[in-house]
Design a protein around this ligand. Structure first.
Ligand code: UDP
Length: 260
């Protein structure tokens, strides 16, 4: 087991992990052949399909400027949660949480895109939660980056992009405080009893993109905030490795299959 923070105080965790460990994380690249780029990310029991689809136009308010755009949508399948969640289309509107999460995903991914290099096209990122066990917005961001990278590589292979519009990588992880102990990557049972719940988005170079922290029961001390950021930074470095492996394996696969 990896050395964690305050190991002697760490409550029992899923996968018998320490306070500083992620749940088992896998990213299956190219999960959907119909999308320009896709990935299925699993963080423990949380599973999200992320796709990137390119459209050869931009919203009307951006036309003629030589720049592209990227936007994201997020949804949970009805059976992704313990109690069936009604589809937005049946209810007739999206809930506030969905809107907040898809804006976060879009903002996070836009940080690593050079829109001039993308040219006048729009990338749609769709993140659909198959199974939710906490941390779905973070898994969406981490998986969406892989889908976006694969889409950009494909557009380059097809000669539709002269150079990659990606300026870096981005990933996200949740963390929180339970019983005074800072923990990385909360699952749902942990999330529902956390005193403090945080979502951290960082670039592969360690630049902070977004930090959302909510103290629900007891205020967060500065010392704990620093500890949470330290846990998140190490977790994101590990996620970066998983992203790189997924992208590399998909790239090797597509060059094997493309004509010489
Ligand atoms: N959840 C649920 N139904 C909902 C919203 C959330 O069952 O309508 C569960 C789900 O497991 C989710 C967790 O609550 O992953 C935490 O939700 P939160 O809003 O904090 O977002 P997340 O941690 O998934 O980004």
């Amino acid at each position: 087991m990896m050395p964690g923070v305050n190991d002697e105080q760490t409550p029992a965790r899923s996968y018998d992990r320490s306070s500083a460990e992620l749940r088992p994380c896998t990213i299956e690249p190219g999960f959907m052949r119909t999308a320009t780029g896709s990935a299925l990310i699993s963080m423990g029991e949380t599973r999200v399909i992320c796709t990137a689809s390119a459209q050869e136009s931009v919203p009307r308010w951006m036309a003629g400027q030589g720049r592209g755009w990227l936007t994201a949508e997020y949804g949970m399948l009805p059976a992704s949660t313990g109690e069936r969640k009604q589809r937005d289309a049946t209810r007739g509107r999206q809930d506030g949480r969905t809107v907040e999460i898809q804006r976060l995903i879009g903002r996070s991914l836009r940080v690593v895109v050079d829109f001039e290099a993308l040219g006048e096209r729009t990338i749609y990122l769709d993140c659909d939660v198959l199974q939710a066990d906490g941390g779905t917005r973070c898994a969406s961001i981490t998986g969406a980056f892989v889908a976006l990278s694969l889409a950009c590589e494909k557009l380059q292979r097809l000669g539709r992009l002269a150079r990659s519009p990606l300026t870096g990588s981005v990933a996200a992880i949740s963390c929180g405080v339970i019983g005074g102990v800072p923990l990385l990557d909360l699952d749902y049972p942990e999330d529902s009893k956390a005193e403090v719940d945080a979502n951290v988005v960082m670039t592969g170079e360690g630049g902070l993109v977004e930090l959302q922290t909510t103290a629900e029961r007891t205020p967060l001390s500065r010392a704990h905030l620093d500890e949470l950021l330290g846990l998140a930074e190490a977790g994101i470095a590990r996620l970066r490795e998983v992203q790189e492996q997924a992208i590399a394996s998909a790239t090797a696969d597509s060059s094997e299959h493309s004509p010489a």
